[in-house]
Write a protein that binds this ligand. Structure first.
Ligand SMILES: Cc1ncc(COP(=O)(O)O)c(C=O)c1O
Length: 428
């Protein structure tokens, strides 16, 4: 049994799965992903993810594990912690959260009592589910008050947030989210939190790659706790980190991560995070991060020139949010039309969206993965025009996949072929 169990290739073991894996590899190479929560990790990160640490089971933290044989895993976790601390300039880092949801759940459950009040950004305005959406655990366990954006500018109105904080007296204020495309004034939030005696959490998942390079102000001098997924602009494995400078909160946060919301440590993911932090400290990463913001801006400007509205008029982060209300199409229809043309994105609510999250009135266009492939300003001008061609076609009421889709798909494939990645079978 040993030799086949350890020696056989996936193509020999499971033809069905091999076919799907091959197809996905082909899709990723031929199509353009504009999903803001996606990126393309390095070969080194992928090697760590498929390495033998996937075979290990550990619980607890380095030096205080519940299972033996953890020396090398302890070393890896310590390296990851040190690199995260160095990269973001903070005193404490927890590198264990398996996902962004677990990181936020751990912080919130660790710092608050059920029934406490959270003031966070409305989901349609850009906040994340785990910041208190009614369908999420956070919305069910805590009392949630919301702030939104200014209807005219689409940007945060700090006086309004202050008024909401004074009215609701939250125990926790959360800034950051999934589709707010602008920089946040962390000092204004800090002042509001201090005025009402609240803790302040920043979820920097969508801009941590920029913070790592110094291209975006760091929330660490202002927030009590900062969370980030590692797989968006940071270009690491799927998973997350929690950062803080507050010695008095670290124990509570660590024990809220494990045993609070998860158990077994995914050391292969932690190894991949450690590699990602090293890569993010390098010069090449800085160029990529700066280019990501430029690409989102070029994309937004091109679409604006073609008559489409960009929420807040532009972006400071590596994505743009297109408001399709005036165009008269739903986000769901736009995303379906774009998919037929080889452009993958997600429908997204826009501020004050009259449609629910299953239809929406917008699409979010993220540039992380395409920027990692090497697309720059000129290519994003072309991509912007191709997206506008498809949206124009969608506005005629034609079903997805017509003539425009065929011609755009060819041009997208040409661009993608010029920017290949993972030159290995199955990408492994
Ligand atoms: C701002 C933010 N926080 C948390 C999460 C949750 O991450 P996950 O999907 O890994 O649970 C996301 C997901 O994309 C996010 O955008």
């Amino acid at each position: 049994m040993g030799s086949t169990h350890f020696g056989n290739d996936v193509s020999e073991v499971d033809g069905e799965l091999h076919r799907i894996l091959s197809q996905e590899y082909d899709n990723q190479r031929r199509r353009l992903s504009l999903i803001a929560s996606e990126n393309l990790v390095s070969q080194a990160v992928r090697q760590a993810l498929s390495g033998v640490f996937t075979n290990t089971q550990l619980e607890g933290y380095p030096g205080e594990r519940y299972l033996r044989g953890s020396d090398l895993a302890d070393t890896i976790e310590q390296i990851a912690i040190e690199r995260a601390r160095g990269l973001f300039g903070c005193a404490h880092a927890n590198v264990q959260p398996h996902s962004g949801s677990q990181m936020n759940h751990a912080v919130i459950v660790g710092l608050l009592k059920p029934g406490d009040r959270i003031l966070s950004m409305d989901t349609a305005a850009g906040g994340h589910l785990t910041h208190g959406a009614p369908s999420n655990l956070t919305g069910r366990l805590f009392s949630i008050a919301r702030y939104g954006v200014d209807p005219e500018t689409g940007t945060l109105d700090y006086e309004e947030i202050r008024r909401a904080a004074l009215e609701h007296r939250p125990q926790l204020i959360i800034a950051g989210g999934s589709s707010y495309p602008r920089r946040i004034d962390f000092s204004r939030f800090r002042a509001i939190a201090d005025e009402v005696g609240s803790l302040f959490l920043v979820d920097m998942s969508h801009f941590s790659g920029l913070v790592a390079t110094g291209l975006h102000p760091s929330p660490l001098g202002f927030a009590d706790v900062v969370t980030s997924t590692t797989y968006k602009s940071l270009r690491g494995p799927r998973g997350a980190i929690i950062l803080t400078n507050r010695d008095d909160l670290t124990r509570r946060i660590d024990s809220a991560v494990t045993p609070g919301v998860q158990d077994g440590v995914q050391t292969h993911h932690i190894a991949a995070k450690a590699i990602c932090f090293k890569e993010a400290a390098g010069e090449e990463f800085k160029d990529y991060a700066a280019q990501g913001v430029k690409n989102a801006q070029v994309l937004g400007r091109t679409l604006t020139d073609r008559g489409y509205r960009i929420v807040s008029g532009g972006s400071d982060l590596p994505f743009a949010l297109v408001d399709l209300r005036e165009a008269g199409i739903t986000g769901a229809d736009a995303a379906a039309h774009l998919e037929e043309a080889g452009i993958i994105c997600n429908m997204n609510q826009v501020p004050f969206d009259p449609r629910g999250p299953k239809k929406t009135s917008g699409v979010r266009l993220g540039v992380n993965a395409a920027t990692s492939r090497g697309l720059r300003d000129a290519e994003f001008r072309e991509v912007g025009d191709l997206i506008a061609d498809i949206l124009d076609a969608a506005r005629t009421g034609a079903p997805p996949g017509g003539e425009a889709a065929t011609s755009v798909r060819k041009r997208i494939e040409r661009i993608c072929t010029s920017f290949p990645f993972y030159d290995h079978p199955l990408g492994i």
